[in-house]
Design a protein around this ligand. Structure first.
Ligand SMILES: NC(=O)c1ccc[n+]([C@@H]2O[C@H](COP(=O)([O-])OP(=O)(O)OC[C@H]3O[C@@H](n4cnc5c(N)ncnc54)[C@H](OP(=O)(O)O)[C@@H]3O)[C@@H](O)[C@H]2O)c1
Length: 252
């Protein structure tokens, strides 16, 4: 089986590093034109675009801000004309213990929800409008194992945001399938990225290794092929599904 995403374009949010960068690279390798979104890491995003090739372009936006979500989508459509696939990957995991001051705890909750759930919802709404007049499209949301088994107490908001993302995805799949709009979740387990580094520093490598059935920890490149596969259309009849990529945590 060969996957050819030639003549298609994809927006990957949070593609400057980690899982998003691996997804953007894999999409580019499969022939897609890639919109590489970043917030702060312009240099890494630009280097990635150069690596992918001439058709890839970088777009900046702070997705915690409603108007920047809107501007991002419009900028990508203005440059690419058509977007076939939206990958909502950008995310944050803020450690916020229950013992924090109420204001701080609420701030972490609101920021987490804004980036991890509200931004994907805003972008999905814009994508659905776009797909409706263009014969369909795909939305792939990067959720988390935390949506299903919960997370450590300082990460309540993170787990809740990812659970919300799963429900959002399923509702899109349910509501717009007949319009040719498909929606999927990919739910990574612990994956070696900058985000994971904070967790590793807090809980240690042994804690993480003890949770999985495989020998080595998941890398961003272990996640990317599933996203490319879903973007290809080969998985359309699994719309609404979640693909768990967690090194066998559920069977361990
Ligand atoms: N790593 C894991 O173990 C793991 C497990 C399950 C699920 N996930 C999910 O996988 C996705 C990617 O995670 P990762 O580990 O690759 O994270 P990462 O290495 O920390 O990268 C996060 C990405 O999101 C972008 N971003 C962060 N805040 C943003 C904001 N306010 N506006 C716009 N962009 C923002 C960053 O942009 P800049 O670099 O330009 O600032 C960066 O590209 C996330 O949704 C995460 O929840 C990760």
């Amino acid at each position: 089986m060969r996957i050819d995403l030639g003549n298609t374009s994809v927006l990957v949010t949070g593609a400057s590093r980690g899982i998003g960068a691996a997804v953007a690279r894999a999409m580019g390798r499969a022939g897609a034109r890639v919109a590489i979104h970043f917030r702060d890491q312009r240099q890494q995003a630009t280097a990635l675009a150069e690596q992918i090739g001439a058709s890839a372009e970088v777009f900046q936006a702070d997705l915690s801000r409603t108007e920047e979500c809107d501007a991002l989508w419009k900028a990508v459509v203005a440059r690419f004309g058509r977007v076939n696939t939206l990958v909502n990957n950008a995310g944050i995991a803020i450690s916020s213990p229950l013992e924090s001051a109420t204001g701080e705890w609420l701030q972490a909750w609101d920021t987490t929800m804004a980036v991890n759930l509200r931004a994907p919802a805003i972008l999905s709404r814009l994508a659905i409008e776009h797909f409706r007049t263009r014969g369909g499209g795909r939305i792939i949301n990067i959720s988390s194992r935390a949506a299903f088994r919960g997370d450590q107490p300082p990460y309540l908001a993170y787990a809740a945001s990812k659970g919300g993302l799963v429900a959002l995805t399923r509702s899109i799949a349910r509501g717009f399938g007949k319009a040719g709009i498909l929606a999927f979740n990919v739910a990574p387990g612990f994956t070696r990225t900058d985000m994971a580094k904070d967790f590793l520093d807090e809980y240690g490598e042994d804690y993480v290794a003890g949770d999985i059935a495989l020998e080595r920890l998941t890398e961003p490149e272990d996640i990317a092929p599933f996203v490319v596969f879903l973007a290809s259309g080969l998985g359309d009849h699994s719309t609404g599904c979640t693909i768990d990529v967690n090194a066998g945590s559920y069977v361990h």
